[in-house]
Write a protein that binds this ligand. Sequence first.
Ligand code: ADP
Ligand code: MG
Length: 609
Amino acid sequence: MSRIVGIDLGTTNSLVAYVDEKTGLPRVIPDRDGHALLPSIVSFANEGVLVGAAARRQLVRRPESTVYSVKRLMGRSYEDVKEELCYFPFKVLPCEGIVKIRIGSREVTPPEVSAIVLKSLKERAEAHFGETIEKAVVTVPAYFNDSQRQATKDAGRIAGLDVVRILNEPTAASLAYGLQRIREGVVAVYDLGGGTFDISILRVKDGVFEVLATNGNTRLGGDDFDRALVVWLLDDIREKHGVYLGRDLEAMQELRLAAEAAKIRLSSDERTALTIPFDAFTYHREITRSELERLIERLVDSTLAPCRMALADAGLASADIDEVVLVGGSTRVPLVRRRVQELFGKTPHSQLNPDEVVALGAAVQAHILAGGITNMLLLDVTPLSLGIETLGGIVSVLIPRNTTIPTNARELFTTSVDGQRVVDMHVVQGERELAKDCRSLARFELSGVDPMPAGMPKIEVVFLIDANGILQVTATELRTGKAAAIEVKPTYGLSDADVERMVEESFAYAEADVEARLLIETRNEADTVITHVERALAQGSHLVAADERRAIVEALDALRGARDGSDRDLIREATTAMNHATEHLAEIMMDAALKGALASRRAGEIMEK
Ligand code: ADP
Ligand code: MG
């Protein structure tokens, strides 16, 4: 049985843990200096690559070649992250749907940077056990989409680790607390780290976890607290010393580190002093906890809406929550604890070190997978709905959001154009009615379809989400029997991936979206009628009188005009008028068709005799 370690690959800090065979308890593996937390920072110096604390020391001296918070870039496109790039002193460039980081003449991808962090943890574990480590459970925020999860697996592969399971961080945390021992109950896991916020509502029953709902914000964490404090310090420095340091990279990094250190001290102290020696002057300032709280209050309060949304998705009230678990270094901030306690009306669990619980839980999951613990099941849910774009850009959802995974779904589709040989498949993720407002996940072609009239082909689309939350889509044309299976590689080329915003927008635009969907459906109906009438005119216009023909053509023009407008009632009226104008023609043609059919049957009967 090969050993599997648990790894928390964090935005800010990463850790590796294992389950001690003797005690059965999970433990983090410290480095030679006794530090469990490895800062997720990589510095590309001329002499070689530095990682962790050594890289962190380069933040000030080499800001352009020291990469931090790379988790924010994992599996994302330039479009996704361009607004955040102003916070990074290193150069981020678009590159075939993903981003690359330019360090001098060198270019690296986010998974390559993460792999350096993973490799360092792998080596730490290997030194600890005196054996090669090849397998790991790696955690990701619950809101990571498929591409971000895939990028995380890639990082493992590059580091020489087989990522046997991608585990949601809140799920891991609940395992670390051993909450499987509760006979039955509902747990809220509140995880505020350096760069991400996750809230998860889990049900525990007879040793089984089920994630009822998840929500959060992939762009909120302790980094934002630091930033708020830095902005405040910049103002104060300008007032006191008459200089604005906002464009000085080195000074900004210095300020960032000083701000974070002060913030951390203010979690235990009521007031603290800040001294930063710059070249021209030394900046000194006292700051109190309540001053900090005023700066970050809005950020802290913004975590409460996702909590309420998760509760609503789970169909629960805050009074239904039995246990609250705090995860992430930022939950050490007293204001955060107060707000969480107020919201749920109970004292949260915080016995375990909040920045270690995720790694500890990953170790427990690794132990389960390695066969150390049996009869425990872990269920997760899909953070966003998954579907296919259909005619007119409408989304057909196959797997609704918050569906327990692993899961699969299948649905039948058909073509809208006669003789179609190639069917474009567009897989989207999101809560909006129209594909253009959702996140584009993958596009592929189902080709080699036998030409058939529109509506005849039967295209079966199957969605499969495995236990790691990775999505596979296949499309098969059933009628011809020639099953063409398609493999979808989750692309890194993504549009908007901010899940929280997408969910919020789905509420904000609900009415407009439904209206847009109804308009498209009405237009699709009109298009079908137009096609039928055009075909009927081509085949049977000689069957009706000239003025009747003229009336049909006029109704057709009117319908075409209405169809291009956006007045749903007008399109429907024109469609009705069109049907009315062609009633007689349809009757005649039906008659002709029937007579033809009868005639041939008679002919057949005669022949039989
Ligand atoms: P991540 O999961 O994003 O890697 P962590 O859970 O390690 O992050 O949390 C890192 C964040 O926690 C940083 O923003 C750090 O400043 C913050 N943090 C750590 N300790 C404290 C503390 N005592 N008080 C306030 N914030 C803290
Ligand atoms: Mg974390």
